[in-house]
Design a protein around this ligand. Structure first.
Ligand SMILES: Nc1ncnc2c1ncn2[C@@H]1O[C@H](COP(=O)(O)OP(=O)(O)OP(=O)(O)O)[C@@H](O)[C@H]1O
Ligand SMILES: [Mg+2]
Length: 222
């Protein structure tokens, strides 16, 4: 296994304006995240942090014009991969936590229904009771006080901090080797942000995940 987990070499992203002229959004970004490493990307709003993370996941907007010398995950060439293979890899090995859980959680499914899908993707055959126990344990691990109630709640019934904890529980339970945290706390107040970041740190320590975090306002803690 190569030491470099994720590599981006010479990523360029641009968008066409009304007159058709291309405006650069990312100019020649290269970075490497090693196994177990935490990398912080800091830049002002609009400087291309989210586009960089999304390029790694293959989730750039369809209208983006982009190119890269190389995009690799565990030495595998992401640029040469078929879309289906890439989706499988991104669904299991790389997870992304977004700024606002409202955009990441499915509004018409309960927390447990969404987490069940995550566990089901991991392949091992498990009974409904075993999955329920894993869901409750994952919610407890991110310090949700009433995990049974939260498991049966819909996203709109959660506070912002709770929603972000649920996202962390869900993303970390998927067992990713790389977790991309795109300003995971900027929609939260300072106190709740600190609590959510410490839960994230705890989960990463426990699971030995590498992490790339983005921050527009502050230098990342990690
Ligand atoms: N769909 C799009 N169409 C046109 N331009 C876009 C599109 N998406 C992003 N951009 C532009 O790409 C640039 C980089 O955007 P990106 O979202 O990566 O910034 P960011 O560093 O994550 O900013 P923030 O800290 O505000 O989240 C911005 O100037 C933005 O306006
Ligand atoms: Mg962003």
């Amino acid at each position: 296994m190569p030491d470099a987990l994720a590599e981006i070499d010479g990523l360029e992203v641009a968008f066409a304006g009304h007159d058709g002229a291309l405006t650069p959004a990312v100019r020649g970004v290269s970075l490497t995240v090693r196994r177990g490493e935490r990398l912080g990307i800091v830049g002002e709003s609009g400087s291309g942090k989210s586009m960089t993370g999304r390029a790694l996941l293959g989730l750039l907007p369809p209208e983006a014009k982009w190119s890269a010398q190389a995009l690799r995950f565990e030495g595998q060439d992401l640029l040469a991969m078929r879309p289906k293979e890439r989706r499988r890899l991104c669904g299991t090995c790389i997870s992304m936590i977004l700024q606002d859980p409202k955009y990441s959680l499915n509004p018409v499914m309960t927390v447990a229904q969404q987490m069940r899908e995550t566990f089901a993707r991991q392949g091992a055959k498990q009974s409904r009771r075993e999955i329920r126990e894993r869901i409750v344990a994952a919610l407890e691990a991110v310090h949700i006080r009433d995990p049974e109630r939260v498991a049966d709640a819909y996203p709109h019934e959660l506070s912002g901090g709770m929603g972000q904890r649920v996202m962390i529980a869900m993303m970390v339970s998927a067992g990713p080797r790389l977790l991309i945290a795109d300003e995971p706390t900027s929609a939260l107040d300072v106190l709740v942000s600190m609590q959510v970041l410490s839960v994230l740190d705890e989960m990463i320590e426990r699971h030995g995940t590498a992490r790339a975090s983005f921050s527009s306002a502050t230098i990342c803690r990690s």
